[in-house]
Design a protein around this ligand. Structure first.
Ligand code: R5P
Length: 292
């Protein structure tokens, strides 16, 4: 077995390789001025290769995965496992208007055609319950970072109220709250545009204890920033936020910090200064169970 990774996932892949005691090599990647990518793999590969890369900024990365997996097959690899802790294109699971692409199913089919196994963490599944409804292969494995986030919060805070910013976040917030015995509440969100959200807090007191906002991802940061502002208006003095996937596009992080959050944390599904919750042990356990 060999792990192949890309420069943007190197640190996390090194941790995973050392947890699994498996060799790691970096794919040679060159982006040409016109936007095309050149991929070069080691010419001699074992029968089972694990490709690790989170799929934030997905369009280039998906093409590079296509080049990588197809070349690996041509070099004789029999089994290719994709570890993509952040899985892109999972949110568009229906056509909201006639003619709209249902990206979840299209990208899911592409990944199913390329890989024997796909492992991801807290994918944004809304109207489906299992990952293989999106990626039609037997080993489409969806892990959750609930334990890792829960243990981290227990070390940081004696007690806190966990708050999900919208109904979709309840699946993650409830799981973490149950694991660590903290109370939780769920706000309501109206999205008016890519960078415009309105948050309404549930009717309860937020002034008596620390509040940790929990979401699967922060993209523009408007959901987290809006929730922080509402909490401050409700008298909360100690607001924190934790996300599984730190996409943090453009000014997202600055926007959230300016809103007055006291601590902002994420898992290392995407490398970012806030990524202090490591996922290598969670992923390593799953890989070991797969190859046993
Ligand atoms: C959507 O429902 C997700 O769970 C996140 O709440 C959303 O993607 C966050 O986006 P943004 O950071 O752009 O508000």
């Amino acid at each position: 077995m060999l792990i192949l990774t890309f420069p943007d996932y190197l640190k996390q892949a090194q941790r995973l390789a050392s947890s699994l005691n498996v060799p790691l090599l970096e794919v040679v990647l060159h982006r040409f001025p016109d936007g095309e990518s050149l991929i070069r793999l080691p010419p001699s590969l074992p029968a089972h290769v694990i490709i690790c890369r989170s799929l934030n900024q997905p369009n280039d990365k998906l093409i590079e995965l296509l080049l990588c997996a197809t070349t690996a097959r041509q070099l004789g690899v029999k089994r290719i496992t994709l570890i993509a802790p952040y899985l892109c294109y999972m949110r568009q699971d229906i056509a909201n208007q006639p003619g709209e692409a249902v990206s979840q199913r299209i990208i899911g089919k592409l990944l199913a055609d390329l890989f024997d196994d796909v492992i991801t963490v807290d994918p944004h599944l809304h109207r489906i319950s299992t990952l293989n409804q999106a990626i039609p292969i037997k080993n489409a494995i969806s892990l959750t970072a609930a334990d890792e986030i829960g243990f981290f919060l227990q070390k940081k805070l004696v007690h806190a109220l966990l708050l999900g910013p919208d109904s979709e976040s309840e699946q993650w917030v409830a799981a973490i709250a149950e694991k660590i015995g903290f109370d939780y509440a769920i706000a309501e969100k109206q999205r008016r545009g890519d960078r415009l959200v309105e948050i309404s807090l549930p009717n309860r007191s937020f002034s008596e204890m620390p509040v940790v906002i929990i979401d699967d991802m922060a993209s523009t940061g408007r959901t987290l920033a809006g929730t922080v502002r509402q909490l401050q208006a409700a008298g909360n003095k100690e607001t924190y936020a934790v996300v599984t996937h730190a996409l943090f596009c453009g000014d997202a992080e600055a926007h959230i910090l300016q809103a007055g959050v006291r601590g902002l944390w994420s898992t290392d599904s995407i490398d970012h200064p806030t990524s202090c919750i490591h996922l290598d042990l969670l992923i390593a356990k799953t890989v070991l169970a797969l190859v046993r």
